[in-house]
Design a protein around this ligand. Structure first.
Ligand code: ADP
Ligand code: MG
Length: 394
């Protein structure tokens, strides 16, 4: 669903700022992951979908040294050029504001590839909530990669564009994310889930039955300093791989360890490392089952895998929090709910629920009501659907 109000807003703002109408408009969606959590950095499989919330970017090429960007959600402007980007500064030598690091990082990554990045005037805004695990950052990156492709006269396949967005976020912004977020925003297909092999980067789409809705529930909890925990989980997985290699010399990562092999060797691992690695090995096992189940339209058993995933993230990987558990526990008792789990890195943010379409509105209402009465927090609930990846609307 295109957000016409938001397009109107950025177009009006564009006109007020630059004096004419934008030549182009790009839409780049956020994403939600249905299964395969914390396995992207273990070479596993992930099963995200692009959602119907997106970043919208209005832009035109400009015959100037600098690109000038306005972010309507921050009510701020920034301007930078090929010369100022390497030092993360603006035209007037002041540092780039944090939000501008994402588009500037994209420019930097494209320049590193030797691709032309003509100057642009741009206004952008988004209805992807920020910092709640729906990848507002990747949607901003994918919007700008497509914008510069449109103006630069070059053409890269979606997956290559995703990799350049990831490079911008890893190496320029300094956030250690995997490829899933940019991939889903770049490659989304309407009404389909995307199954990505994070090792080979091969991917295929899987149909999501017509009669189910994806419901996202935001706990509104935002935990700071979670990157330390994230890095600890990554280190634990690497350590598990290193220890298991003594008995399984051919493995490259936990991806190569079957559940049977893991059960046989688990007691050779220190208890905490064992818990972390068990989540990864079993979660990869679940994603391997998902394809056949969904292709057979077996939403019920796919939903069970989502429920199992939540328990594993809560008890083995230990990345849940009380509010996420409350949200999941309520959801799993409501009519029409096939599966519910925390989604994204954890410690706050959102849950993802698969719900029979006819029950989705009542589910959303009741979930919000009970969550609020148990926690005193007012959650945001979005009934969403798998949507198209980044596209040029005009
Ligand atoms: P998320 O899980 O939403 O991707 P991140 O912390 O990775 O959370 O990215 C959020 C950051 O991305 C914001 O702090 C901001 O810098 C940038 N960003 C996201 N949406 C917008 C927007 N609408 N306008 C400007 N910057 C944005
Ligand atoms: Mg992000």
């Amino acid at each position: 669903m295109t957000n016409l109000n938001l397009i109107d807003r950025i177009s009006t703002m564009y006109r007020a700022t630059f004096g004419d109408l934008p030549a182009h408009i790009v839409r780049a969606p956020g994403r939600v992951n249905l299964l395969g959590e914390h396995v992207d950095y273990n070479d596993g499989f992930v099963l995200p979908a692009a959602i119907d919330r997106a970043t919208y970017l209005a832009f035109s090429s400009v015959n100037a040294r600098h690109s000038t960007l306005a972010a309507v959600d921050f009510d701020q402007q920034a301007s930078f050029s090929a010369d100022s980007v390497p030092t993360k500064t603006q035209a007037d030598s002041s540092p780039l504001p944090e939000w501008a690091l994402y588009p500037a990082g994209v420019m930097w990554a494209l320049m590193e590839e030797g691709l032309p990045v003509p100057s642009m005037n741009a206004v952008f805004g988004s209805d992807v909530p920020r910092g709640s695990g729906l990848s507002s950052s990747a949607s901003v990156e994918m919007a700008f990669v497509l914008a510069w492709q449109t103006l630069g006269g070059w053409n890269l396949p979606p997956l290559r564009r995703a990799l350049l967005g990831q490079k911008a976020e890893n190496r320029y912004v300094g956030v250690n994310c995997g490829i899933m977020d940019q991939f889903a925003s770049a490659c989304g297909v309407e009404n389909r889930l995307l199954l990505l092999d994070c090792r080979s980067l091969e991917w295929k789409t899987i149909p999501l039955p017509e009669a189910v809705s994806i419901v996202i529930a935001d706990t509104t909890i935002r935990r700071k300093l979670t990157s330390g925990e994230y890095n600890k989980r990554r280190a634990a997985c690497e350590e598990a791989g290193r220890l298991l290699k003594q008995d399984l010399p051919n493995i490259q990562s936990l991806r190569d360890v079957s559940v049977e092999q893991f059960n046989r060797l688990a007691d050779k691992l220190p208890p905490e490392i064992e818990k972390r690695a068990r989540h990864v090995v079993e979660e990869i096992g679940r994603t391997r089952q998902a394809k056949a189940l969904l292709e057979a339209g077996d939403v019920r058993n796919f939903g069970r895998l989502m429920n199992e995933c939540h328990v594993s993230l809560r008890d083995l990987y230990e990345v849940s929090c009380p509010e996420l558990n409350v949200m999941v526990n309520i959801a799993q008792t409501l009519e029409g709910c096939y599966g519910a789990r925390l989604t994204g890195a954890g410690f706050g943010g959102c849950t993802v629920n698969l719900v029979a379409r006819e029950h989705a509105p009542a589910f959303a209402q009741e979930l919000a009501r009970r969550y609020e009465s148990q926690t005193g927090l007012h959650p945001e609930i979005y009934i969403t659907r798998a949507s198209k990846g980044v596209e040029l609307l005009k």
